[in-house]
Write a protein that binds this ligand. Sequence first.
Ligand code: AMP
Ligand code: MG
Length: 521
Amino acid sequence: MSFSPSITGLSGPLAAFTDRLGTSQDDAFARLGAVFVTRLPAAPLAAPYLVGFSNETAELLGLEPSLAHDPGFAEFFSGNTTRDWPSAEMPYASVYSGHQFGVWAGQLGDGRALGFGEVEHDGKRFELQLKGAGRTPYSRMGDGRAVLRSSIREFLCSEAMHHLGIPTTRALCVTGSDQSVRREEIETAAVVTRVAPSFIRFGHFEHFYSNDRVDALQALADHVIARFYPHCRDAEDPYLALLNEAVMSTADTVAQWQGVGFCHGVMNTDNMSILGLTIDYGPYGFMDGFDANYICNHSDSQGRYAYRMQPQIAYWNLFCLAQGLLPLLGAQHEESVRSEKAIEDAQRVLEGFKGRFAPALERLMRAKLGLELERDGDDALVNRLFDATNANRADFTLTFRNLAKLSKATPPEAAADAPVRDLFLDRAAFDAWAVEYRARLAEETRDDAARAIAMNQVNPKFVLRNHLAESAIRKAKEKDFSEVERLASVLRRPFDEQPENASYAGLPPDWASSLEVSCSS
Ligand code: AMP
Ligand code: MG
C-alpha cells in the first residue's frame, strides 16, 4: 500500500506523510499499467525553496501545515527524493492524445507532469502530481519544466477557483529554484504540486480510441466508473452513463466559468477533465471590462477559446470524448445494429449538454441579479445587461458586485445606483436597463438588504485579476513571496467584504492593459 519512509530519505513527520503516499492500491490509476503510464524519477531541481503553500490543500490531504517549514519539504515536493524510490512506486507520466485548437494533434501525454502517488484522508482519495518535474517520454520538444511565473499562476488560480465554488484541481504548493529555463527569455524553474481525485482527460480516451486499443479504452473507462461513478455500472449502458456524467459535469463547470467571467484559454481536449474539473491553468484570465469576445490567450489568434465560445467548445470537446468512447457503447443492442444505435445513443446524451448548460447558467444569472422568482423575461433582462456591459466594457466583477447596492425604490436613489452606474461610460444605457431591473425587483418579496446579502454570496468581490497575479509574480521573481501568500489569502474569501483588502477589488491599473499571457509557460 505504501513504501518505506526510509527509502524517501526523509525522517520525522514528513516521512510519516510519505508513508501514506502510494500507488500500489489495486484501483490506483497508475496500476492500470505500462500501456497507460511510464514510471520514472523526477529530474532534480537545484536547491529548491518554497514559494507558495496552501494550508487548506494540506489539510485535505491530512498533511500537517507546519511541515511546510520542514527542511526536507521543498526537496520532497520538487521530486528530488524520487530517484531513490522503489521502481514499483516511481512517479509516472501518463500518455494521452487530443485535439488542439480544433485539430487532431495525435499523441501528447504528461510532458512535464509526474504522478506522485495517492493519499487517502477523511474517506477521500487524492492523486498528487508534480508539474514541471522534468522530461518524460511525452515531452516531445519540451524541456519538461515549468517557469515560476506560470507555476504561481496555476497555484493561485486553483485555489481561487475552488473558493469561488468552481470544480477544479487544487494546488498544495509551489517550489522554486534558481535553475534557469529558456522561454522567450531566461526564467527560473518551479514545480507545482497539483492535487485532484483524478487527472484523467478526454484526451486519454481519444488516445486509446485512435490507437485502436479497445481493451485499454475499456480498462480506462472501467477505472473511472469504479472510482468515481460506481452507479454507472447499474445503467443499461455503463459507458453511455459515463459519457453522460462527463456531459453534465462539464456543462455545470463551464456555466460557472461564464458566471464569473473566467476564460480557460486553452480548451483543447487534452485539457478537459473527465470529472469536469477545471484543469491545466495556462493563459487563463478573469475578465476586467466585459467583452464577450474576450480572448485571454495571446497565442489564440482566431479566438477559438474566446469567452463567448467556451460553452460551444465544451460541447465540441464532448463530441470528441463521445467518439473516443464509441467502441464501448451500445453493447446492449443487437450486434447488427450496434454501431448505428451507439451513435444515436451518444448523440442523445450529447444533446443533454444544452438541457443542462442553459438552465444552469440561467439559475446562476438569476441568483447574480438577486432574483428568487422565475419570470419569462429574465433571460432577456440578463442579456440586455450583458449588452450594456459589453458596449461599455464595464467591469464584469464589479458590475455584479455593485448591483447588490442598488435599491429597488423608485424614484432611484442616486447614491445607491452610483457604484454600479459609474462603471458605465454611457450612464443612460445603464439607467435604461435599471428601469427594467427595478420593475422586475418589484415582483420580488425580498427587501434590499436581504437581496444584497444573497447577491454577495454569488457575486465575488475578489477574483484573480491578471494584474494581481502579475504583481505577485514580479515580487516573487525578486524572491519576495509574501504577495503570493497575501493574494492567495484574499482569494480564499472572495465573497467577503474584506475592507482591509479593498485595493484587490479595484479596477485594474493602466499598466494592466499591456499584459499579455500566452501558451508559453
Ligand atoms: P498544454 O498546452 O500546457 O496543455 O500542453 C500541451 C502538451 O505539451 C502537453 O502534452 C504538455 O505536457 C506538453 N508540454 C507543454 N510544455 C512542456 C514543456 N515545457 N516540456 C515538455 N512538455 C510540455
Ligand atoms: Mg495540458
